[in-house]
Design a protein around this ligand. Structure first.
Ligand SMILES: *Cc1c(COP(=O)(O)O)cnc(C)c1O
Length: 358
């Protein structure tokens, strides 16, 4: 082994869902099937290339102000980053510096483990119960911080705000991060708890409900003190995280509340319909409150279904990891896309059952 090898930071990286470049029915990375708000398109058209000559506003002032107005908080309570992945990574770096383990669920967003590894943060997993629910009592042990998504991914299950509050309340000496990537499809946000708990950070994103995964915008809302610590870390890392296009288009998406709410309504309607259709085909689906459905079939192997779908040009997500080997995660697309998926599944299951009989 080369001498320098021992000084290299070796990490086990996150594996993102595939982004096939040919045209497929893409239900594997929880993107929104509808375009961003019309104002975003307009802004992209009007944007002058000359704007790119200059560095962008390092404070992301207009984007921060638009978000602060929308959520009715002060501007110094908002931190923005390059997708919520960037914001969450910055949170791990800034707030999780204890010798004690950070706690998060055993089945959750797989990036948490990766950041813990990257930053050498000890962690312990809290097992979801038999119904894949977060057990709030598990978060009452000694720890160096807590993070969980609500709704959780990839289960889609939403935890009632009183249970989220219970976890925050039992952990007043550490920072609790609630990752609300899918909250707009679900229920009450933990944002309303921010005035009450000085240890709470809520992280959200433009990637899902706002149809802007390609723009990479995420944000954290908390009290001004914790946001200051995040900004100090950011300015020690890269002052210009947000590019000019994101700074100009982001506010347009936030201002168009009617378009945003209509898009969410459409996805929820399709989600509830698709859940029923999947159940009709014999799948068991968790009661997802996000823009995806976590489903398993009692009689058919999930990996085989996943491969069959893929060879049809229908991409869903499959992990094959412990406890969820028989589950696939299906993003809620348009009703037309879901119809193609369901028709193929029906054909596939019938053929598989026929061949099992003969
Ligand atoms: C999608 C997702 C994110 C990150 O999304 P960005 O595109 O980086 O904003 C964070 N947490 C969870 C649970 C997600 O599903």
């Amino acid at each position: 082994m080369k001498e320098f090898e021992k000084n290299i930071r070796k990490v086990e990286p996150y594996v993102p869902g595939e982004q096939p470049q040919q045209k497929v029915i893409k239900l594997n990375t929880n993107e929104n099937p509808y375009p961003p708000a019309p104002g975003v398109k307009r802004m992209l058209k009007e944007m002058e290339a000359d704007r790119m000559r200059l560095y962008p506003d390092p404070t992301a002032g207009e984007l921060v102000k638009t978000l602060a107005d929308y959520y009715m908080v002060d501007e110094d309570q908002v931190f923005v980053g390059v997708g919520s992945d960037d914001v969450l990574s910055m949170c791990f770096l800034t707030f999780f510096n204890s010798e004690k383990p950070v706690l998060f669920p055993d089945i959750t967003y797989s990036f948490y483990k990766v950041w813990a590894g990257l930053y050498r943060i000890p962690y312990e997993l809290c097992r979801l119960d038999g119904d894949f629910r977060i057990v709030k009592e598990d978060y009452r042990r000694d720890n160096g911080g807590i993070i969980f998504p609500n709704p959780n991914a990839p289960t889609g299950l939403y935890m009632e705000l009183k249970d989220v509050e219970d976890i925050i309340d039992h952990n007043r000496d550490v920072i609790v991060i609630v990752d609300e990537a899918y909250i707009d499809f679900a229920g009450k946000s933990a944002l309303e708890l921010i005035p009450k708990y000085d240890n709470l950070i809520v992280v959200q994103t433009f990637s899902k409900a706002r149809s802007m995964a390609g723009m990479r915008i995420g944000y954290a809302i908390s009290n001004s003190r914790l946001i200051r610590y995040l900004n100090d870390a950011k300015y020690s890392f890269n002052s210009y995280t947000m590019n000019q296009a994101a700074l100009m288009c982001g506010p347009e998406a936030v201002r168009d509340k009617a378009y945003f709410e209509e898009g969410i309504r459409k996805i929820i309607r399709t989600r509830e319909w698709a859940k029923k259709e999947l159940q009709r085909l014999g799948f068991s689906c968790l009661d997802s409150k996000a823009n995806f459905i976590f489903a398993a079939h009692p009689k058919h192997d999930a990996k085989e279904i996943f491969e069959a779908l893929k060879s049809e040009g229908i991409y869903v997500r499959y992990w094959g990891s412990e406890r969820i080997e028989q589950y696939m995660r299906i993003t809620v697309g348009t009703k037309e896309e879901m119809t193609v998926l369901l028709e193929f599944l029906e054909k596939y299951l019938t053929a598989a059952e026929e061949s099992a009989k003969s």
